[in-house]
Design a protein around this ligand. Structure first.
Ligand SMILES: Cc1ncc(COP(=O)(O)O)c(C=O)c1O
Length: 484
């Protein structure tokens, strides 16, 4: 029998919504000091519980200031930052040159009616000139990552005249109503009850999460079976995608996270990305790479998709564009970007001039200090450290990383790969206590993800690895019956 509304929905909501009292208890038993406590109680009193803070951490650190890749909370506790504020602070904290460029723009004009300005035009030039692909490009500005995604989605539909957008299980593209339709998270859908996210016409396909292949195959012997399955969807008229007899394709775009971030920093086989691009070309739809979290040099190249030698039709970027100020952008083929007319999209704070001034300076520093090359080098060093930990800790089932975009997956048993979700939450908590900020994520909440500012020092990586080593050791003892 189907459970009636009163019982089902109310019970589900109870499970989803933690009470204010329980959140307060977390602060009482956890916060690093009195000042942190005071601010967190104030936050709980005046801010909605819907914010991300208490979902990310057992108790969120209240950051006061930072320098490079080191953060200090309001009680003076020091942290190594392996999170970079969700990859925003790519050049670290208190970056004096960027801050000076931002202040200079603030003193001239902060913002005026989303109209063109020098810093904005210059950053547009830099992004266009540095993005690969043997075709002309242009940019369109926005404020948040989700908004850039929605622009890309609207543009692809406008340009092709087609309705469907393809995304992958596990993708995260934002939480505004349109972007949420593209995002695959069950708890987010539950928050939409009773009205689903506004965007219809979305088709979701499995992501090549090879450690847990959705098709039970192994790479490379699978020969990209998943990509073949996707292409099969175009072969008969019995999917939404295509009617081969009539020669009608209904797809506007594939929107892909080249490396899947919120789902646990997963790096797919690079040939998969090439296959997706080939399929997009064959069936004549737009290929969009969402680089909001892994772009701007994090993986050792400006865009993550470059590792696959693929040049997307559109790229969405945000977070780290201005090392901390809100700014997002769509970079793409000129013919697509110029296919719509003035005013097709607008957002009051679009292309925020002070943020653009920061972005221009950021590129100057990238070049002068060889930031991307160093990110690749430091990332390889960090990755080797993680592999070394894997040799000594049975709980680490999977390790992957490219540049300073790395993660480990914790399992109870390497053969069965049973997720060690509870132990991972415990480890995250201990890491925070020990002064390491990172996030846990993954399809089963059992991956620890590492994305430090690119200016992190090798000595800080060593220290973080030592702490991780110790915490994993403790974790394996506490959950001793588990790891084998
Ligand atoms: C890949 C990706 N796309 C889009 C977004 C949404 O960006 P925002 O939170 O700025 O709307 C995010 C945010 O984490 C993201 O990781």
């Amino acid at each position: 029998m189907v459970t009636p509304f009163e019982q089902r929905i109310l019970e589900e909501r109870k499970r989803m919504v933690e009470s204010l009292d329980s959140l307060r208890r977390r602060v009482e038993t956890w916060a690093s000091g009195e000042k942190s406590k005071e601010i967190l109680f104030k936050t709980l009193q005046y801010e909605s519980t819907g914010h991300l803070d208490f979902a990310l951490f057992p108790c969120p650190p209240v950051i006061d200031y930072g320098k490079g890749a080191t953060l200090f909370d309001v009680d003076g506790k020091e942290y190594i930052d392996l999170h970079a504020g969700f990859t925003v602070n790519i050049l670290g904290y208190a970056q004096e040159e960027i801050n000076a460029a931002i202040k200079a723009q603030l003193d001239r004009v902060i913002q005026f009616a989303e109209l063109p300005m020098e810093s904005r035009a210059e950053l547009a030039r830099l992004l266009v000139e540095r993005t690969g692909g043997d075709f002309e490009k242009k940019v369109m500005w926005a404020v948040t990552g989700g908004e850039a995604v929605e622009i890309a989605m609207k543009l692809a539909r406008w340009y092709t005249g087609k309705p469907l957008i393809i995304t992958h299980w596990g993708d995260y593209h934002g939480r505004t109503a349109g972007a949420m339709g593209l995002t695959s998270k069950a708890f987010m859908m539950a928050y939409s009850y009773p009205i689903p996210p506004m965007d219809t016409g979305i088709v979701k396909i499995p992501y090549p999460y090879c450690y847990r292949c959705p098709f039970g195959k192994e790479y490379p012997s699978c020969d990209l079976f998943c990509a073949d399955q996707f292409e099969k969807m175009f072969e008969s008229k019995e999917t939404w995608l295509n009617n081969p007899k009539a020669g009608v394709v209904n797809v506007a775009a594939i929107l892909i996270e080249p490396f899947q971030s919120s789902a646990g920093y997963l790096i797919p086989p690079l040939p998969y990305l090439q296959r997706m691009k080939e399929i997009a070309e064959k069936y004549d739809f737009v290929f969009i790479s969402d680089e909001v979290q892994n772009g701007m040099g994090r993986t050792g190249k400006l865009w993550a998709i470059e590792h696959a030698g693929v040049f997307p039709d559109l790229i969405t970027a945000a977070k780290s564009l201005a090392n901390g100020l809100p700014l997002s952008v769509v970079i793409g083929r000129k013919e697509i970007m110029d296919s719509w007319g003035p005013g097709a999209h607008s957002s009051t704070f679009t292309g925020y001039p002070a943020a653009c001034a920061g972005g221009v300076k950021l590129f100057e520093i990238f070049d002068r200090d060889h930031i991307l090359e160093k990110a690749a080098e430091k990332g390889a060093y960090f990755l080797e450290g993680l592999f070394d930990l894997q040799r000594r800790h049975l709980s680490i089932g999977h390790v992957n990383g490219l540049g300073l975009y790395l993660s480990i997956e914790l399992v109870k048993n390497r053969k069965t790969k049973e997720p060690a979700s509870e132990a991972t939450a415990w480890a995250l908590r201990r890491l925070l206590e020990e002064g390491v900020i990172c996030i846990y994520s993954g399809y089963f909440y059992n991956r620890l993800c590492f994305a430090p500012p690119l200016v992190i020092e090798k000595e800080e990586i060593d220290r973080a690895l030592q702490i991780l080593d110790r915490v994993l050791g403790e974790m394996e003892k506490i959950y001793e019956t588990d790891f084998s």
